[in-house]
Design a protein around this ligand. Structure first.
Ligand SMILES: CC(C)(COP(=O)(O)OP(=O)(O)OC[C@H]1O[C@@H](n2cnc3c(N)ncnc32)[C@H](O)[C@@H]1OP(=O)(O)O)[C@@H](O)C(=O)NCCC(=O)NCCS
Length: 164
């Protein structure tokens, strides 16, 4: 795992287990309006376990990322490729700006490459400046505006990155 400077702050990043799902669901509800039933988390954990990661400090889960793999048209070419899709990422407010989000994403990218993904995509609210800053810092590009993507009518940016 890439855990740039996190270990010295007492954080570890590891693959999630089914026992983490309750804490992950709690973080998801605290941090995001897009919430899902337990079976959805459990399915992603069971199908794409290498790309479902948690950040932990002192035995407590403080952040997560969960992803899936799908086929679709490349955003940087014309071929149909395998893409990694970040379904959700969040870090509890009191643990932000310490590099956890960045390390979760970098480790998920490595895992998605292992699943054969050539690109990685995600949707983000156009108003979500912190997340957009993180993604742009890691090389993601806005490739499309998805009009009215969210249930409250807000648009999303579809962002994509080529995995080397
Ligand atoms: C987006 C989120 C996951 C970032 O997590 P984080 O652990 O705070 O991010 P990091 O500390 O790794 O930040 C890495 C870089 O991203 C950028 N960034 C992160 N938060 C930022 C903010 N509030 N404002 C501006 N830039 C920000 C910075 O460039 C930062 O580097 P720096 O701290 O050295 O300046 C977190 O803010 C979050 O959980 N938000 C609510 C849930 C959410 O919006 N998820 C994304 C849905 S698409």
């Amino acid at each position: 795992m890439v855990t740039e400077r996190l270990e010295e702050k007492g954080y570890t990043i590891r693959e999630a287990t089914q026992n983490d799902i309750a804490e992950v669901m709690h973080i998801n509800r605290v941090c995001l309006p897009e919430n899902y039933p337990a079976y959805f988390f459990l399915q992603l954990q069971s199908n794409y376990s290498k790309a479902f990661l948690v950040a932990e400090k002192e035995g407590k889960v403080v952040g997560y990322i969960m992803c899936r793999v799908e086929y679709g048209k490349s955003h940087f070419g014309f071929r149909i490729i395998k893409k990694g899709h970040v379904v959700s990422i969040a870090v509890l407010p009191e643990h932000r700006r310490q590099g956890i989000g960045k390390n979760l994403l970098l480790n998920a990218e490595k895992a998605l490459k292992e699943y054969g993904a050539k690109e990685i995509i995600l949707e983000v609210r156009v108003s979500n400046t912190p997340a957009i800053s993180l993604y742009e810092k890691l090389g993601y590009e806005k490739v499309k505006v998805l009009k009215g993507y969210y249930s409250d009518g807000e648009d999303a940016y579809l962002m994509a990155k080529k995995l080397e």
